[in-house]
Ligand binder design. Sequence first.
Ligand SMILES: C[S@@+](CC[C@H](N)C(=O)[O-])C[C@H]1O[C@@H](n2cnc3c(N)ncnc32)[C@H](O)[C@@H]1O
Length: 250
Amino acid sequence: MRNQPGSSNNRHLAAARSAVIADGSFRPELAPRLDQQSVLAAYSRWAPIYDFVFAKLFFFGAFFDMSRKRAITHINTRTGTLLEVGVGTGVALSRYAPHLAVTGIDLSPDMLALARKRAVKEHLSHVRDLKEMDAAHLEFADDSFDTVAVMYTITVVPHPDLVLEEIARVLKPGGEAIFVSHFASDEPWRKAIETAITPRTEQLGWRPDFPVSRILGHPRLDLVEIRRMPPLGVFSIVRLKKTEEAQAAA
Ligand SMILES: C[S@@+](CC[C@H](N)C(=O)[O-])C[C@H]1O[C@@H](n2cnc3c(N)ncnc32)[C@H](O)[C@@H]1O
């Protein structure tokens, strides 16, 4: 998943970097528009139909799955321990390579129940644990995971800045966090759609206007790559690497 010099992905990367510098980036959220109750309510509603809508070939499923698949292909080149934050119904679990030791966490008991059922039904022995947990308060020791996957989740969590801080804490130095999400666009037609549906944030259960700069600029997480995914670059894969220096500083 490397960028060629001068590619549109690299231009996007450069633009994102300057956006971070311009707006100072990493800062706590003052007025979250999603709270824990609205997330729990939204995913209790989504759980029974989630796979049908977001992971199968019809509706938006194929669309979402294209970026998910690409991220998983990269994740499977890695070794050691993997944490999936916001594992949901576990649509990725059977696709993680068996050499990875996988832990999944999710806030929603309804989504997690389906992930657990799937792990048992499909005999997924590489899935070590599926835990109900708030990503803003991870119950893991510092430097626990080689890789953290955050697919379609960072724009959903009530406190993304705290979640990023926790990801930076539990990643091993040199470890990678891989995000897949829709991030706010600068293109007028997309921006217009995002603006139109943003008032529905609570019902949707995610923020359509979440800027990518929000996950960039953390002092312990270096940007490796931003890859806008086809079709139309609606979703992006963002890779961040925990600095090796974090170990020395700790
Ligand atoms: C859109 S789903 C993504 C599921 C899965 N990762 C996928 O690729 O389809 C977002 C998930 O994030 C979970 N979530 C939201 N806030 C959370 C939090 N604070 N801590 C842990 N999980 C959270 C939701 O319950 C939901 O299952």
